[in-house]
Design a binder for this molecule. Structure first.
Ligand SMILES: CC(C)[C@H](C(=O)O)[C@@H](O)C(=O)O
Ligand code: SF4
Length: 478
């Protein structure tokens, strides 16, 4: 008899009761908070005189508004300073651990949870941020939640949720040269649509997924939400356990690791688990994918022509026309050669050490095109420190990249890192909505981090497979 999917099992393990609404009250293992979405929730608690129920299960960081150049206080931007001060006060009053910029542990919320070993298999993780799905890479059930839910979790340690269906997305075969996790997820969203996942949680499986490192799995799970899914996960395996073994949670406590491992193994989906839907994609047929439009689903293989709106399903034509006008792309042509003004290597999708290493190998010995403003924004201070120890910062700086401090930065332009006017940006982030990077006329082209590096040095969207990698001195692996 099948015990079911990881989703079923972890849900059951955390279900407290069924509420009169039909929703399940789920116990939350880890509540991550950041400066943008938590202040209002803390305000509601204060109004009612309620304390935070489980401060030890709650962890804070600052990421969206944090300046990535001069971080001296007070921040130059008064609104940013206010959000930061409010967060500082809330965590202090509630006894919540805070990875603040003086700790050396600060970073984007979806980077620091996994790197500190807070995110573990079989856990429920919530955060007032849509890309919380990232944590599913560890076999956790991870959900983005809204303000009233943040309030509920702070007050009770529980959240009310509806159970969804599970769609298994099986990516078979071996990924080709320079084809990355980012290309896999852009392809999935392109095929199934930005609303194709509505009503589902995605389980990513198959040889191409299993052979990814944790960073790659995080990139995929990160964008589940861009495909409309409520969450996304990968079953835990040896790759997952190896990552965890070397985190703060277990480094000095191998016994705890051994104690928990059987539970982690037990939550993986059973071979005979039943799925509500199964989609299979041949991973070996993929090439680097870039977006031509203004949703993450408007993507195309680098050697394929941009679609003619009239060839698309009727309900997609108008948005495609508008997107192509905004982006100033020509249907029938490829994206290769599309000129860029900015190259942004950052975000919770693609600013981990493995991403920066791969990009550095390509950048080494090359120069950023003189017409391109290029920046690297590490996903966390730990990523930054590790990259600097390997000399990656020098590789990027020597090529002409700006090497900045950790934060969300130009992923959404809530700090000073923004596009100007109608600048076009090769971006390793996850959203290309109109206005996303700080300018309403800005044009974002999503791609994998090596493709961003390639665009930075050539000045236009480039098939990275045509630029051979160079060796980087130091500890960078081949
Ligand atoms: C600011 C925050 C609420 C938002 C999110 O929920 O995703 C941000 O992280 C984003 O990527 O747009
Ligand atoms: S890096 Fe971008 S997508 Fe990720 S949490 Fe920050 S703003 Fe959201």
């Amino acid at each position: 008899m099948s015990d079911g999917t990881l989703y079923d099992k972890v849900w059951e393990n955390h279900a407290v009761t069924t509420l009169p609404t039909g929703q399940t009250q789920l116990f939350v293992g880890l509540h991550l908070i950041h400066e943008v979405t938590s202040p209002q929730a803390f305000g509601m608690l204060r109004e009612r005189g309620v304390d935070v129920a489980f401060p030890e299960r709650t962890h804070a960081t600052v990421d969206h508004i944090v300046p990535t150049a001069d971080q001296s206080r007070p921040y130059a931007d008064a609104a940013a300073e206010e959000m930061m001060s409010e967060l500082e006060e809330n965590v202090r009053d509630s006894g919540i651990e805070f990875s603040d910029p003086t700790s050396g542990d600060q970073g984007i919320v979806h980077v620091i949870g996994p790197e500190q070993g807070m995110t573990q298999p079989g856990m429920t993780v919530v955060c007032g941020d849509s890309h919380t799905s990232t944590h599913g890479a560890f076999g956790a059930l991870a959900f983005g939640i809204g303000t009233s839910q943040i309030r509920d979790v702070l007050a009770t340690g529980c959240v009310a949720m509806e159970k969804k269906d599970v769609r298994k997305i099986e990516v078979t075969g071996e990924l080709g040269d320079c084809v990355e996790a980012k290309d896999v997820i852009l392809e999935i969203i392109r095929r199934l649509g930005t609303d194709g996942g509505v009503g589902y949680v995605y389980e990513y499986a198959g040889e191409a997924i299993e052979s990814l490192d944790m960073e790659g799995r995080m990139s995929i799970c990160n964008m589940s939400i861009e495909g409309g899914a409520r969450a996304g996960y990968v079953n835990p395996d040896e790759t997952t356990y190896e990552w965890l073994r070397d985190t703060d949670a277990f480094r000095d406590d191998p016994e705890k690791f051994e104690r928990l491992k059987p539970y982690w193994e037990s939550v993986a989906s059973d071979d005979d688990a039943e799925y509500d839907d199964v989609v299979t994609i041949d991973g070996s047929s993929l090439e680097p994918v870039v977006t031509w439009g203004t949703t993450p689903g408007q993507g195309v293989g680098i050697s394929e022509p941009i679609p003619h709106p009239e060839d698309l399903p009727e309900d997609k034509r108008d948005t495609a026309r508008r997107a192509q006008e905004h982006m100033r792309v020509t249907p029938g042509e490829t994206m290769e050669g599309y000129e860029v003004d900015v190259a942004f290597l950052g975000s919770c999708t693609n600013a981990r050490l493995a991403d920066l290493r791969r990009a550095a190998r390509l950048v080494k010995g090359r120069e950023v095109d003189p017409d391109v403003r290029a920046m690297v924004v590490p996903g966390s201070q730990r990523v930054q420190t590790a990259a600097e120890a390997e000399g990656l910062d020098d590789v990027f700086r020597e090529a002409g990249f700006d090497w900045r401090n950790a934060g969300c930065s130009m992923c959404l332009g809530m700090n000073e890192d923004q596009l100007e006017g109608d600048e076009a940006c090769a971006s390793s982030s996850n959203r290309n909505f109109v206005g996303r990077q700080g300018s309403k006329d800005g044009r974002t082209v999503l791609m994998n981090p090596r493709m961003v590096a390639a665009a930075a040095v050539t000045g236009h969207v480039t098939d990275v497979r045509e630029l051979p990698e160079r060796e980087v001195d130091g500890e960078v692996e081949a």
